[in-house]
Design a protein around this ligand. Structure first.
Ligand code: ZN
Length: 150
């Protein structure tokens, strides 16, 4: 538990507000309760969270740092990932990646994720978790297909 506490102690109130709004529900219930305790200690009520998000002063910063377009934090994680999604792309760079893949040379692209709110800035392998709506639709389709197949 101290891990998440350490992680969050590095966040300012604005970052914590975005974290609470967009990432809190991705944690297990146990962790959520612990995070809520931290939010409470920092005085982040639901109302205050909304206010902080609305008035985020970082949205006006122009310091040249790479920032998350949603929460404007510069706490973003950049991982070099081996490009696996070479078959479905249409752009020229994707074609080159496919060619490189064919001759056994791995292509690396940047996978960039916001550490604060979980926003995916770049998702070269389309690993971003699909939205609940998509999952729900897929689930329903699987049931329907299963029904017709008997
Ligand atoms: Zn963000």
């Amino acid at each position: 538990m101290s891990k998440i506490k350490n992680f969050l102690s590095d966040f300012d109130d604005y970052e914590l507000a975005f974290f609470a709004k967009f990432k809190l529900n991705t944690y297990l219930k146990n962790s959520q309760e612990n995070i809520e305790k931290i939010l409470f200690k920092r005085g982040l009520t639901k109302y205050r969270i909304e206010q902080l998000i609305k008035n985020n002063p970082k949205s006006k910063l122009a310091d040249g740092k790479e920032r998350c377009p949603r929460c404007y934090s510069d706490k973003i994680r950049n991982d070099k990932v081996e490009l696996t999604n070479t078959s479905s792309g249409f752009g020229l760079s994707d074609k080159i990646a496919t060619y490189d893949g064919m001759i056994g040379k791995a292509t690396y692209k940047d996978e960039i994720i916001c550490n604060v709110c979980g926003f995916w800035l770049k998702d070269p392998n389309e690993e971003k978790p699909k939205s609940l709506k998509t999952n729900l639709f897929r689930g329903i389709m699987t049931i329907i297909i299963g029904f017709f197949r008997g």
